[in-house]
Design a protein around this ligand. Structure first.
Ligand code: HEC
Length: 289
């Protein structure tokens, strides 16, 4: 009689646990699918895309600075494995030489500035909260350059999420590109930039937030707040931006890579402006400016 009771209790418990697991898996799957598939409203803004070679060259420099070219999307924008972590996700940064021809200029502007794809769903891991700040001129030049690239073969497109990736999407631990854009902020590239500090602010806001955070405050454990520039002389800063060598002759890992590949596209004036801006924050304090 007692043995019978315990067998039944165990069966009920196992059945209950199984039901809970099935419901949890369903919530996880459906909830994360909603995050990935929901439609985002964002303006389709007209953008003037210049046709001259000088603008295309400016676009090439900006594409390298912000990482579309010879960066996250591979050496020649042919695509690159971005996340390859079993249990989390498999994502390729897509082949832009094949993708861009499918987009209109306004759709590209929307993708860059608002993280919204052609079909209205969100991009994943595009730093649109940074591209949001691009000026009209740079955005148009960047699109002109990216459109001029010849079609290339690249890795197969992948975008699959495992349970941990889905959980992170569901609880917002892994923010989406569209969800991460704060449209109440002023677009820095739409502000007049007449002083060195103002011009430097623009360069900083289209380049550094990807790793140093939307307000350049750093991500503890990964990147320092950019107030660290207080410790840098102008010469040391120039060396970091030009060669990737950090203060004291150190190799600073990913930052040194950025200093070798992206920031060398800045003009001397832009490096000076960037330094002026970052130093101005040391005296006036950080914060969303
Ligand atoms: C792709 C990511 C990435 C981008 C973009 C980036 N950084 Fe960094 N940066 C890092 C990382 C990672 C570190 C920490 C390096 C370390 O401690 O080894 C760092 C550290 C630094 C440091 C401190 C170096 C030291 O002495 O330890 C400075 C200064 C710096 N970054 C400036 C900038 C500026 C200015 C920009 C924008 C123009 C920028 N970074 C853009 C990733 C990035």
């Amino acid at each position: 009689m007692r043995a019978h009771f315990w067998r039944r209790a165990a069966a009920w418990t196992a059945g209950g646990l199984l039901a809970v697991a099935v419901v949890a898996a369903g919530v996880l799957f459906l909830g994360s699918e909603y995050v990935l598939r929901r439609h985002h409203e964002a303006p389709l803004e007209a953008v003037r895309v210049p046709a001259d070679a000088a603008a295309r060259e400016q676009g090439r420099l900006r594409a390298r600075l912000v990482g579309c070219y010879n960066g996250c999307h591979g050496p020649e924008a042919e695509g690159k494995t971005w996340v390859d972590e079993p249990g989390l996700a498999h994502i390729t940064a897509p082949n832009l030489t094949r993708l861009i021809p499918q987009y209109t200029d306004a759709e590209l502007a929307r993708l860059l500035r608002y993280g919204v794809r052609r079909d209205g769903t969100t991009a994943i891991d595009m730093p649109s909260y940074m591209f949001y700040h691009l000026s009209e001129g740079d955005l148009g030049a960047l699109i002109a350059f990216m459109r001029s690239l010849p079609a290339r073969e690249g890795p197969k497109r992948e975008r699959t999420f495992s349970w941990k990736g889905r959980l992170e999407l569901l609880i917002g631990e892994w923010p989406t590109s569209a969800g991460d854009v704060d449209r109440s902020r002023q677009r820095v590239g739409a502000q007049p930039a007449t002083t060195s500090t103002e011009r430097g602010r623009y360069i900083a806001m289209i380049t550094c937030p990807e790793c140093h955070g939307p307000d350049l405050e750093g991500y503890p454990g990964d990147t320092p707040p950019l107030l660290i520039v207080a410790a840098y002389s102008f010469e040391e800063f120039t060396t970091l931006m030009r060669t990737g060598v950090a203060k004291g002759g150190r190799d600073a890992g990913l930052m040194s890579y950025i200093g070798r590949t992206r920031t060398p596209t800045l003009t001397d004036q832009e490096v000076a402006d960037l330094y002026a801006f970052l130093r101005s924050r040391v005296t006036t304090g950080p914060g969303p400016r």
